[in-house]
Ligand binder design. Structure first.
Ligand code: MLT
Length: 411
């Protein structure tokens, strides 16, 4: 055999977190086929596409079956009808001006946050919050920016910014110079947020240190408090230092349908080896036009319908439904003496394990005794040890049932 693999893949931890959870749950179900398991692990929605979105989707599918209206390849960056609707509905009302070619429609924020690192050099120093959405770390490991993992569960070459009880889940600024900082707020997995002042500190750090912030705002629609920014571009000067990722997945039930978008401002620059500034927008455009053929026309029409009057109302009703689940989870767990965070501006509730139990032990206990699936905090990084994440995306009935089952356990 002579074909060599990309050795960086050998530095990855076992399997992708959600695959490992699915494996344990499947095994449990196989051994206990009669048990009704309630899944509050992966953040997958349960509400179907709303009527307005579905109509737009179906109409667009019909157009594809008619010679007059059939669409072949679309623009790799997405159709301008959707980019226009995004700018008009999501950014203009917050005083943020964007050009159409700063919006890149895609099939998911997981893909975009995973792929974006390709356009940056391998020598960049990367900072991630800890715990963290595993995609940011794993894709940098695959690319060769991480070095090996240490005994403490941290990769040698990455900088970790702990988000823990002691700092109210607000990361400190890096105490060394880093080039790229991944931030996700409202945060996955802790469900906590940064207010404007806290986020501004990161923007100022990035401006002072010539760094770039990769801001994952996939959960911004779940924000209920006023002082929490929905977009990093609400902070002055952010366009020169930040890329923002948004998604229809959790907002409008598109986890199976697939549609998201990434904002890459034209002000954003990084340097080549000679120190000449290069446009990140142009590089991302080059990458997407080479490796991506765009999101299908019907899906983009469905996404556009989320911005109609009816579409907006229906989507907000679904978000309210999930946030009511969040409240039920927070209150029920508080009532039985557990410490919980998040869930106020986010569909994620970050539960401190009782009696300092380890995350995977608590996961197994909930699976085996309550038949409820969570996500062990340790799977999101070393600072997630001692926590477990629950999602509010299940049905109201299942959420209530899960809380009843957990309340009946003795810790
Ligand atoms: C999660 O559970 O963290 C999310 O569903 C993962 C994702 O959006 O890819």
């Amino acid at each position: 055999m002579s074909v060599k693999i990309n050795e960086n893949y050998l530095l990855l931890q076992n399997s992708y977190l959600f695959i490992e959870i699915a494996r344990r749950v499947d095994e449990f179900q196989k051994n206990n086929p009669e048990i009704n398991i309630i899944r509050m692990g992966i953040g997958d929605v349960t509400k179907p596409l709303t009527p307005t979105v579905l109509d737009a989707f179906k109409n667009a599918v019909s157009e594809m079956g008619n010679e007059e209206t059939f669409m072949g390849y679309g623009p790799e960056q997405g159709y301008s009808f959707l980019a226009e609707a995004i700018i008009k509905n999501e950014f203009e009302p917050r005083g943020i001006d964007l050009d159409l070619d700063e919006v890149f429609i895609s099939d998911g924020s997981k893909c975009d946050t995973g792929n974006i690192q390709e356009i940056f050099g391998l020598n960049n120093k990367i900072a991630v919050t800890d715990p963290v959405y595993p995609v940011y770390v794993d894709t940098n490991v695959m690319a060769g920016r991480s070095g090996p993992i240490k005994d403490d569960g941290m990769y040698e070459g990455l900088v970790y910014l702990p988000c823990i009880q002691e700092n109210d889940f607000v990361p400190e600024l890096p105490d060394e110079k880093v080039d790229i900082i991944y931030l996700c707020f409202p945060n996955n997995p802790t469900g906590t947020t940064l207010n404007k002042e806290q986020l501004a500190k990161f923007v100022n750090y990035a401006r002072e240190n010539d760094s770039i912030i990769l801001f994952d705002a996939a959960y911004e629609k779940f924000i209920t408090e006023d002082d929490v920014p929905h977009s990093i571009y609400e902070i002055d000067g952010a366009k020169e230092v930040a890329i923002e990722f948004r998604s229809f997945s959790k907002t409008a039930g598109f986890t199976g349908t697939r549609c998201a978008y990434t904002i890459v401002p034209k002000e954003l620059k990084a340097v080549d080896n000679e120190g000449n500034p290069q446009s990140i927008n142009e590089l991302w455009n080059r990458r997407q036009t080479t490796k991506f053929n765009g999101v299908s026309y019907p899906v983009q029409k469905a996404a556009e319908a989320t911005f109609t009057k009816d579409g907006k109302e229906e989507i907000l009703a679904n978000i309210d439904y999930y946030m009511n689940n969040s409240k039920i989870i927070r209150e029920s767990l508080n009532d039985i003496g557990l410490t919980v965070y998040g869930g106020i501006n986010s569909p994620y509730i970050w539960v401190k394990t009782p009696n300092n139990m380890d995350s995977w032990d608590f996961f197994d206990l909930l699976l085996n005794e309550a038949n409820v699936v969570g996500t062990p905090g340790a799977g999101f990084g070393p600072s997630g040890e001692g926590y477990l994440r629950l999602t509010a995306f299940n049905t109201l009935e299942n959420t209530k049932d899960a809380m009843k089952r957990i309340s009946e356990l003795s810790f």
